[in-house]
Design a protein around this ligand. Structure first.
Ligand SMILES: C[S@@+](CC[C@H](N)C(=O)[O-])C[C@H]1O[C@@H](n2cnc3c(N)ncnc32)[C@H](O)[C@@H]1O
Length: 244
């Protein structure tokens, strides 16, 4: 991905500034959320580590990936580079951002729109991007397959709380296959508690580039006693739709 790092553009929900990250790959700073889409240590490397490897999509031959937030398409690009023949569902508030990313990075061989859904293809894989607020679009969409992998890549809970609540994580669990792996960069105890209360079985994993940990969620398996003890602390409350 080579790009002009002084580039700014106007999306549907605000302005974006291109930021070059330490591995040479670009990310965007969003004015609307006042946050960047990726770690400045490396957008592509972070995506590979947290999502592609974290969800084990190659080893498990994941047929259906779900991503929270399409952004500039790094999740799609890194998945396509590692894996073949899958459906990639994603969600995006900002339609113009998807078109801008397609122009800059040639993400898809074809990109069409049907109702409020963008459909992109590359090699044997297909991206289906639900346009609008994910909390509405996900509930109203008829998914062809259950999710084998979930890239929980919303902006931070502080900036974008609606996509980190117990209710949101319950919705995702209900749409997932038995062998699903959810992976996120978040190491927050509150987020772990939200996932746990929604029914996810959790594991703490090494974080990306110096971050102490990241989090993975499963349908099956056992949690460590240490994590169970940590999450049983009543001072740690899950994030809930009721407080939004
Ligand atoms: C951290 S960025 C995602 C980066 C992306 N996964 C990538 O690899 O390029 C978060 C994205 O979620 C989108 N977003 C935020 N809130 C949303 C919502 N409620 N529904 C759908 N998309 C949302 C933002 O517009 C932004 O593009």
């Amino acid at each position: 991905m080579s790009i002009d790092k002084t580039l700014k553009f106007q999306g549907s929900i605000g302005e974006y500034q291109v930021v070059l990250t330490a591995d040479g790959s670009p990310t965007l700073h969003s004015e609307a959320f006042n946050e960047s889409c990726h770690s400045t240590h490396g957008a592509a490397s972070e995506t590979r580590y947290i999502y592609v490897e974290g969800c084990e999509i190659v080893k498990r031959n994941a047929a259906c990936i779900f991503e929270v937030g399409f952004g500039l398409g790094t999740g799609w690009q890194e998945s396509i580079q590692a894996h073949d023949d899958f459906i990639f569902y994603s969600t995006e508030l900002d339609e113009k951002l998807v078109y801008w990313s397609q122009e800059q990075f040639n993400l898809f061989d074809s990109l069409t729109k049907e109702d409020n859904v963008l459909i992109g293809t590359k090699k044997n894989s297909k991206a289906i991007i639900l346009l609008g607020d994910a909390r509405d679009t996900v509930k109203n969409f008829d998914f062809e397959k259950e999710f084998d992998a979930i890239y929980q890549d919303a902006f931070s809970p502080k900036r974008n709380p609606t996509l980190w609540t117990e209710e949101w994580f319950k919705t995702l669990l209900n749409l997932s296959s038995e062998s699903v792996i959810l992976s996120t960069y978040s190491a927050s105890s509150r987020i772990k508690k939200s996932l746990f209360c929604a029914g996810w079985i959790l594991e703490e994993r090494q974080g990306f580039m110096g971050k102490r940990s990241s989090t993975r969620g499963f349908r099956k398996g056992e949690m460590s006693d240490q994590l169970l003890t940590k999450l049983s602390n009543p001072k740690i409350q899950p994030m809930s739709d009721l407080e939004l």
